[in-house]
Design a protein around this ligand. Structure first.
Ligand code: SAM
Ligand code: SF4
Length: 460
């Protein structure tokens, strides 16, 4: 079928939503929808939403307001524009979205994307469609495979969801309610998807999941596979030169994964390992199922396996009952570990989660002041980490053109953005780059001398 209609998908929140947005676009391609970056031209606008914090959820409603204006303009021009709300807000709020925002035509929960073509057909007949049931069928198996052209357009790095959902029930978190129970995709399904991506020119794969290191998908031999085993299997795939994974839970780190860090060359030395707090009292109230000491022991194992490993984390400040002493414990943990980077958030009470009902909610000004102190410390750590690379040569996977003419941007093994003057013919290859300047968010460098033969081979 020719692509006569246009779909615009806007992603909010985590990488899992970015991946889902791409897969929604893939699933709509056979139904005649081509992706467009311009929402105003689209016949269908999908907002793939995030419910993790209140601000993220509220953003959706202002975005719907903006798209509604475009929908009204399209109607004046005699065109129909459908608005779909997908993702975790859709899952959590369901029909409520239709009540609050009458312009919305479809609400599709995070497990039902494969049903989109059929839902759209109903909405085109004027029906308001809501589908947020957790289905029995396997969403991943039912979703269309990415079309080769679409994949090629998406560049040299790609996310692949291998695990979804969470059974941990941290007391602050909505994920177990919006994404459902933990499930892992079978190895054969993941391998087939990565093969297709490699054929389309993807060189780096990041395996993603809410608790990706809890991965236990069916292996090619029928027995459950660990994430370590899956990484080893993918490391043998032609064309794939880098592997990463995110997000991990400290409790789910295991020997297979530590060994993979020591032995699998393609596995990059970077782990995102959220700790949330450095206080045992708060970790317990959060139901994190690990102590500060256990977290530090995991870090020690990772460093023993791969001494140069870079670490990042997530932190929540102002969890109910957090005292200045608890917060001090978090700052001390940050100093002790020395993170390469980190995400940090003010605690946001989420309806239906146990922490939202807890007494001793922390005042907004206290949260905000603690966040600033924590972020200043993280930034200092990040600068110190980056400064250590001045004058060193790093392997950089060159991903895309930079802002300046003749410049390419890529990533170091430690996930730092690196800007370098290099010919476009090197896009998609790993080049040694000597770091000449260290900025707060990225490194700047020059192609190392020994790149010359490679440049000649590339005809530059
Ligand atoms: N599964 C991962 C883990 O266990 O760390 C992370 C999942 S969550 C999508 C990403 C981050 O959002 C969390 O690590 C946490 O720091 C933050 N987060 C989750 N719920 C939150 C809340 N109610 N308020 C503030 N931050 C929150
Ligand atoms: Fe949320 Fe905790 Fe599950 Fe992470 S482990 S997704 S923070 S419930």
């Amino acid at each position: 079928m020719s692509n006569s209609r246009k779909v615009h998908v806007k992603s909010f929140g985590c990488q899992m939503n970015v991946y889902d947005s791409n897969r929604m676009a893939d699933t709509l391609a056979p139904a005649g929808y081509a992706e467009t970056a311009a929402a105003e031209d689209a016949d269908l606008v999908i907002l793939n939403t995030c419910h993790i914090r209140e601000k993220a959820a509220e953003k959706v409603y202002s975005e719907i307001g903006r798209i509604r204006v475009m929908k009204e303009e399209a109607a004046r021009q005699g065109r129909t524009m459908l608005i779909a709300v997908a993702g975790c807000v859709a899952q959590a709020e369901g029909e409520e979205i239709m009540r609050r925002a009458g312009a919305v035509d479809l609400v599709v929960g995070s497990q039902n994307y494969h049903r989109l073509p059929e839902m759209i057909a109903r909405a085109q007949h004027g029906e308001k469609v809501v589908d947020t049931e957790f289905p029995l069928e396997d969403k991943f198996a039912a979703l269309s495979a990415p079309a080769r052209e679409a994949t090629a357009k998406r560049g040299v790095t790609s996310f692949v969801t291998v695990q979804e959902g969470c059974d941990k029930f941290c007391t602050f978190c909505v994920v177990p309610y919006t994404r459902g129970a933990e499930v892992s995709r079978p190895v054969t399904q993941v391998v087939a998807e990565v093969e297709r991506l490699a054929e389309a020119g993807v060189r780096e794969i990041t395996l993603i999941g809410q608790n990706v290191n809890a991965y236990h998908g069916e292996g090619e031999d029928g027995a459950p596979s660990s994430l370590g085993k899956l990484l080893r299997r993918l490391s043998r795939m032609p064309g794939i030169c880098r592997l990463r994974y995110t997000t991990s839970h400290p409790r789910d780190m295991n020997d297979d994964l530590y060994r993979a860090h020591a032995e699998v060359e393609e596995l990059m030395p970077y782990v995102h390992l959220p700790v949330q707090s450095g206080s045992d009292r708060i970790l317990d109230a959060m139901n994190r199922k690990h102590t500060r000491e256990e977290y530090l022991a995991v870090i020690a194992r990772l460093r023993a396996a791969r001494p140069d490993i870079a670490l990042s984390s997530d932190f929540i400040v102002g969890f109910p009952g957090e005292t200045e002493q608890d917060f001090g414990d978090t700052l001390a943990l940050i100093e002790e570990v020395g993170f390469a980077s980190a995400f940090s958030f003010m605690y946001s009470p989420r309806p239906g989660t146990p922490a939202a009902e807890m007494e001793e909610q922390v005042a907004a000004e206290v949260k905000s002041e603690r966040l600033q102190r924590l972020q200043a410390l993280i930034t200092r750590g990040q600068r110190a980490f980056n400064a250590g690379f001045a004058g060193k040569t790093l392997d950089v996977l060159l991903e895309k053109p930079g802002r300046l003419p003749g410049q390419l941007v890529g990533k170091s093994p430690y996930l730092q953005a690196v800007q370098v003057m290099a010919p476009r013919s090197l896009l998609g290859s790993v080049a040694p780059v000597t770091i000449t300047e260290v900025g707060s968010n990225s490194l700047f460098g020059e192609l190392a001398e020994h790149t010359a033969p490679q440049l000649a081979a590339a005809g530059a």
